[in-house]
Design a protein around this ligand. Structure first.
Ligand SMILES: [Zn+2]
Length: 367
């Protein structure tokens, strides 16, 4: 692969209260918008937004997000958007609401604005949308061809969510650099268009994501626990959202996400957030790639300090059997699994052994 490619959103704006300016950012994109909004914000946020859109002379139609980014929900939102002749689709909520808005916009040829209300996911900046079945089982990924036109991140809104979401976002963001490195070493394609080699810019963003987490993650967690917005919190919101989003899309994911996906065959893991499972997946990846012990210690102690799972027991898997883990290994080896960009030889047994070992090492470190 000799062609290198980079992509990202046109605008990223973050700060306390920026949602009040939503109308101002949407107006240049078109005068009719569909707003897919998490029902939690229907009564609290919508009245203020209606006023903001009126002031900006944007005709906005609001729909309540149904809770799952399923084909049915996407079709419903796309139909609403068509009926409203919306030139812009705005998603306000968590990752699934944003993905629904992005895919609905793609289907009706509209522009996209994402307004995340939690910092637990790197969906807001990316051109990818994940589709689930109506019962919440992962189905497939849609490449929307373009990234959002505007990503608006209101830190005062995000700090109101439970700190567990910010911590989970740090788990997801922590995977970005390690997984980027796997992809560089295995010369895998990134997620821009049909896939290119990563740029220096993409890789350096992934590295900055890691360094920001190490510097500010613990301080941000301590502040966010009490609903305080500090510079460290702002830095971590940026790392979780912009740096992690650009890093994964421009470099690719690998074993932390691959093991995350495989672990979902075990029911107890369903009670954990994406970034929590990815955090444990990072430790497994570092064992799989046999990285220096200092790297493992750094990642494990960071995760432990902000309450992310580092052992199988932390993920509700203290009773896991050899047979269960063989199933996880098999799931990880499915041809569609992203673990393939890990630059070492893989088998179901090698993966299962790495998972057991990561858990044991992390337990030893915290003893
Ligand atoms: Zn992720």
């Amino acid at each position: 692969m000799t062609q290198r490619g980079y992509g990202g959103p046109l605008r990223y704006v973050q700060g306390p209260g920026v949602i009040a300016d939503l109308g101002r950012y949407v107006a240049p994109l078109g005068d009719r918008a569909l707003v897919v909004i998490d029902p939690f914000f229907w009564d609290t946020l919508r009245p203020e937004l209606i006023a903001a859109f009126e002031a900006a002379r944007v005709a906005a139609t609001f729909v309540r997000f149904g809770g799952e980014s399923s084909e049915e929900e996407i079709a419903r939102c796309a139909a609403e958007g068509r009926a409203a002749e919306a030139g812009t689709v705005i998603g306000i909520g968590g990752g699934k609401a944003l993905d629904t808005a992005k895919i609905a916009a793609f289907r009706i040829g509209a522009r996209t604005v994402t307004v995340p209300t939690i910092a637990s996911t790197d969906s807001p900046t990316s051109s990818l949308g994940v589709v689930y079945t109506p019962d919440g089982v992962y189905d497939h990924v849609v490449r929307c061809g373009r990234n959002p036109d505007v990503v608006l991140v209101d830190s005062a809104l995000i700090i109101r969510a439970p700190v567990r979401f910010l911590a989970a976002g740090m788990g997801d963001a922590l995977s970005t650099f390690y997984e980027a490195r796997s992809n560089i070493e295995s010369r895998s394609r990134n997620y821009i268009g049909d896939g290119y080699a990563a740029t220096i810019g993409g890789y350096q963003i992934a590295r900055a994501c890691h360094d920001t987490l190490m510097r500010d993650g613990r301080a941000a967690h301590a502040a966010a626990k009490h609903g305080r917005v500090t510079t460290a919190v702002e830095n971590i919101i940026e790392a979780n959202t912009l740096l992690s989003g650009l890093g994964f899309e421009n470099c690719g994911v690998s074993g932390a996400h691959g093991i995350h996906d495989a672990l979902t065959v075990l029911e107890p893991t369903h009670h954990f957030l994406h970034g929590e499972k990815v955090a444990f997946g990072i430790l497994c990846l570092l064992v799989l790639e046999n990285r220096p012990p200092a790297e493992f210690r750094e990642a494990a102690s960071f995760c432990r300090d902000i309450g992310l799972p580092t052992t199988l027991a932390d993920l509700g898997l203290s009773e896991v059997t050899e047979a269960d883990m063989a199933k996880v290994g098999d799931a990880a080896m499915l041809p569609t699994n992203v673990i393939r960009s890990v630059p070492v030889e893989l088998s179901a047994g090698i993966i299962a052994d790495a998972i057991w070992t990561a858990s044991a090492l992390a337990a030893e470190l915290s003893a």
